[in-house]
Design a protein around this ligand. Sequence first.
Ligand SMILES: Nc1ncnc2c1ncn2[C@@H]1O[C@H](COP(=O)(O)OP(=O)(O)O)[C@@H](O)[C@H]1O
Ligand SMILES: CC(=O)N[C@@H](CCC(=O)OP(=O)(O)O)C(=O)O
Length: 301
Amino acid sequence: MSDKPDTASNKPANRAKTISEALPYMQRYDGQTVVVKYGGHAMGEEDLSQAFARDIVLLKQSGVKPIVVHGGGPQIKSMLERLGIKSEFKGGLRVTDAHTVEVVEMVLAGSINKSIVRDINAEGGRAIGLCGKDGNMVTAEKLTRTIRDPDSAIEEVVDLGFVGEPKKVDRSVIDMVARDALIPVIAPVAPGADGHTYNINADTFAGAIAGAVDAMRLLFLTDVPGVLDKEGRLIKALTIKQAHALIADGTISGGMIPKVETCIEALNKGVQGVVILDGKVPHAVLLELFTEGGAGTLITH
Ligand SMILES: Nc1ncnc2c1ncn2[C@@H]1O[C@H](COP(=O)(O)OP(=O)(O)O)[C@@H](O)[C@H]1O
Ligand SMILES: CC(=O)N[C@@H](CCC(=O)OP(=O)(O)O)C(=O)O
């Protein structure tokens, strides 16, 4: 006997109906690749991490090929603080010197990657933790960035140190892993042809992976319900043109700008749809993929 109260939605027949209603969505995504970017702000609480891991295992079980790409900005920040290493952001990216990149790799490809792998495995999945270095999956190049001074409007080239951008993604490694029962969990750290290790923004990294594997969907789990309008209401769907207009008129600002720009790049590389949604809502991934209303903001051509 269940110890849950016998409310209408809990009645066995209604629960069976809910599961049955997921069938057309399961059929739509059957055999398709879905890349889920799990941001550092969406992690942390045990119940949420467990619900996230369960969703990923359920996707795999129902015939979808999920690929998890994770971030860990807040977790890198706290480790750098513990070690007494100062860190700053320029243009939304962490300035990464030689000491910092060691910590970034340790946190992203180490503790965070392994805790996501553990959570997925605890739910009965078989996750395998990787970063861009494994099997030479991703080759990075040092990122050159120009930033405009808001006062003088002068553009200057900033040196972000070991911050990279993905230049080449070899999808064969991901295909080999995802073909079997395994679920790839990938950290955004990659080697350069120059032998250095590069720290890559996790959104950018997820976009590159999704583009390389022709993903049907790329989901960005963040800490807001999606793209919000000027009144703070959720915009359920956007075209690329509308997204550009919202950036131009200032509705989309801050960290949401590079996220939406990454969405547009991924769509232009062949991803069919990109969704920005709140990773703090339990079972956000299932709500988006397997229910009628979906969740968050869907951006398409
Ligand atoms: N129009 C908008 N809709 C939603 N969020 C916005 C918008 N404009 C700016 N933002 C900001 O973007 C943030 C999400 O970007 P970011 O902090 O980089 O996410 P993450 O750390 O999950 O990658 C939101 O928390 C919000 O403060
Ligand atoms: C170059 C750069 O800024 N890299 C990011 C990588 C982690 C990340 O992007 O994590 P979230 O998705 O949680 O923000 C950083 O060092 O924080």
